[in-house]
Design a protein around this ligand. Structure first.
Ligand code: KIV
Length: 274
């Protein structure tokens, strides 16, 4: 595979490197991971950013929302992922209510995330309302990734996971939030489930990379949840998820074959015994 990302760069990805990629027009690829083995596979694929997302709630913990994820959950998963990665930039999500109370608590939790798990940056949701917090965390030397548009931690406020910023007022707010986050010092911003034209405009209006999820092709990069794109998590199939595999079916078939082989005595064979 001479042109596959796997055979490309080995150089460690940094926040500065991502900025350079935007400047040079190279698209940024990002995916989520929650454990070491998956993180190793992602890193070997050449992905640029690995996010230890609080989507761990839905795709691993079997929950409906990300609201109940704790710092302890995130620290555990982030430390597993960090262990499996050499090249990609690893970002740890700060869970709901770990950064909203005040900026002291936010700074303490961002510090824990970096020190205890080894991730290189943190992500938090929100715009102007979190800018003071972003300044404090960045001021302490911890890179911060923003998250605008659909912000799943606020699901109970919005009541749905529908596309955001479809009115002029909300679109203006996204534009202002992106500028404010950039001024506060974020190194990148995830924009989730907003109209493609708005995400393109925002990408062109700020200097930091905009990483889209359900936000069209005009962003500086793309992120999706690995378990969604692999077809492992099949409870929902949002239109913005492209399935690159149907692993749920493959896995179920393998488990069924194993169960059949055990029942019939076909497994283990003499070669598989001592
Ligand atoms: O938690 C997560 O996986 C995320 C991505 C969907 C951006 O925030």
């Amino acid at each position: 595979m001479p042109n596959s990302p796997r055979s490309k760069r080995k150089k460690k990805i940094t926040t500065k490197g991502l900025r350079k990629m935007k400047e040079e027009g190279e698209k940024i690829s990002a995916l989520t991971a929650y454990d070491c083995v998956m993180a190793q596979l992602l890193d070997q694929s050449g992905v640029d950013v690995i996010l230890v997302g609080d989507s761990v709630a839905t795709v691993m913990q079997g929950l409906d929302t990300t609201v109940t994820v704790t710092m302890e959950h995130m620290l555990y998963h982030a430390s597993l992922v960090r262990r499996g990665v050499e090249r990609a930039l690893v970002v740890g999500d700060l869970p709901f209510m770990s950064y909203q109370v005040n900026s002291d608590e936010a700074l303490r939790n961002a510090g824990r995330m970096v020190k205890e798990s080894g991730v290189e940056a943190v992500k938090l949701e929100g715009g102007q309302v979190v800018c003071e917090t972003v300044r404090r965390i960045v001021g302490a030397g911890i890179p911060v990734m923003g998250h605008l548009g659909l912000t799943p931690q606020s699901i109970h406020k919005f009541g749905s996971y529908q596309v955001r910023a479809t009115t002029d007022k909300e679109a203006d707010e996204v534009r202002r939030d992106a500028k404010a986050l950039e001024e506060a010092g974020v190194f990148a911003i995830v924009i989730e489930k907003v109209p493609a034209a708005l995400a393109t405009e925002v990408s062109q209006s700020v200097n930091v990379p905009i990483i889209g999820i359900g936000a069209g092709a005009g962003c500086d990069g793309q992120i999706i949840v690995s378990h969604d794109m692999l077809g492992i998590y099949t409870r929902f199939h949002p239109r913005f998820v492209r399935r690159y595999a149907e692993l749920a079916e493959t896995m179920r078939d393998a488990f069924e074959q194993y169960v059949g082989d055990v029942k019939s005595g076909e497994f283990p064979s003499a070669d598989e015994s001592y």
